[in-house]
Write a protein that binds this ligand. Structure first.
Ligand code: NAD
Length: 330
């Protein structure tokens, strides 16, 4: 089977080529993302493999179906960028990698908390400039603080355990509470209670119609003054303009984001010589208490190994007409 990979980076090639040695697929790598224009690149291909910012909407799916493509393999967990209904309407199967090192993303969320709190990024630069002053670097103890976790699936539950390890009280909200976490002392509460009681809020739920703009004007108004907000999940969970207002008024004391609603135009590229036209990300970058990373939560050796292994196993199961354990169904 020939598979076209979109949004390919050098590290994708490295990990997939290594794993593909034992699968034997023909892989065609494209750096460009998949969209209504680039779908025309495809010829004699039976599968496409896509990542978080490929736009697999109904128009693209119609073209994929016309070209005889049978399967869309996501090499990520979230599938908000694929019109799953359109895929079903055109008889295309969608598979994903539901779990790959949840530790990678949970640990990145913790790294963002530690950096924002103890300002190690500023300390690093200061000391290199022989500025040994501590002014402006004051943080707080995590011990005893209240952390609110929204979404306690694979990543959220690892994050809860780490924060319990710091001695934090952990409040959680999920449509399906997790009994194991309750036994470890995590307290499930309403969303409103999380907004009202948490010193740190971390988002670990998927982006869907219920969760879009979960962080909005109303929720920010309920938050404790100075709250730290962390989003390693999907940019659309946050209404970024409203969060900017929250930062200006001081309700949001610090913000760490690994994802951004308009990230597909920016992330995974070197734009250091370009003029950034997105004024919202530029404004965010101007705050001293905002930390932005470019969707690197997943980026560990262990996670990339699992992503390559599971993606190719999904495709092999499809070619062998086996049960697809990682199929995305409507
Ligand atoms: P998961 O499916 O294991 O867990 C998601 C949890 O969210 C589930 O427990 C689900 O019940 C809950 N949920 C669903 N709707 C909800 C709602 N309306 N309110 C509250 N909770 C709700 O997913 P996961 O593997 O833990 O991943 C979580 C998210 O992290 C993914 O959807 C993806 O967007 C993001 N992610 C980011 C990166 C990164 O590199 N930054 C990497 C992987 C995943």
């Amino acid at each position: 089977m020939k598979i076209a990979f979109f949004s390919t980076q050098l590290y994708d090639k490295k990990f997939f080529d290594e794993h593909n040695a034992s699968f034997g697929f023909t892989i065609e790598y494209y750096e460009t993302s998949l969209n209504e224009k680039t779908v025309n690149l495809l010829q004699d291909v039976q599968a496409v493999c896509v990542f978080v910012n490929d736009k697999v909407n109904r128009l693209v799916i119609e073209q994929l179906a016309l070209k005889g493509i049978k399967i869309i393999a996501l090499r990520c967990a979230g599938f908000n960028n694929v019109d799953v209904q359109a895929a079903a309407d055109h008889g295309l199967v969608v598979v994903r990698v539901p779990a790959y090192s949840p530790h990678a993303v949970a640990e990145h969320a913790v790294a963002m908390i530690m950096t924002l709190n103890r300002k190690t990024h500023k300390a690093y630069n200061r000391v290199r400039e022989q500025n040994f002053s501590l002014n402006g670097l004051l943080g707080f103890d995590l011990f005893g603080k209240t952390v609110g976790v929204i979404g306690t699936g694979n990543i959220g539950q690892v994050f809860c355990s780490i924060m319990k390890g710091f001695g934090c009280s952990v409040l959680a909200y999920d449509v399906y509470p997790n009994d194991h976490l309750i036994h470890t002392g995590v307290q499930y509460v309403t969303l409103t209670e999380i907004f009202e009681r948490a010193d740190i809020i971390s988002l670990h739920c998927p982006l869907n119609e219920q969760t879009r703009y979960l962080i909005n004007d109303d929720s920010i108004q309920r938050m404790k003054k100075g709250v730290m907000l962390i989003n390693t999940s999907r940019g659309g969970l946050i209404d970024t303009r409203t969060v900017i207002n929250g930062l200006k008024t001081g309700v949001i004391g610090s913000l760490g984001i690994d994802v951004y609603e308009q990230e597909e135009k920016l992330f995974f590229r070197d734009l250091s010589e370009k003029i950034i036209k997105d004024d919202i990300i530029s404004r965010l970058g101007s705050f001293p208490n905002v930390l932005i990373t470019a969707h690197q939560g997943f980026f560990t050796h262990e996670a990339l190994t699992q992503i390559a292994g599971t993606t190719l196993s999904n495709l092999k199961a499809f070619t062998n007409s086996e049960v697809l354990i990682n199929e995305v169904k409507i």
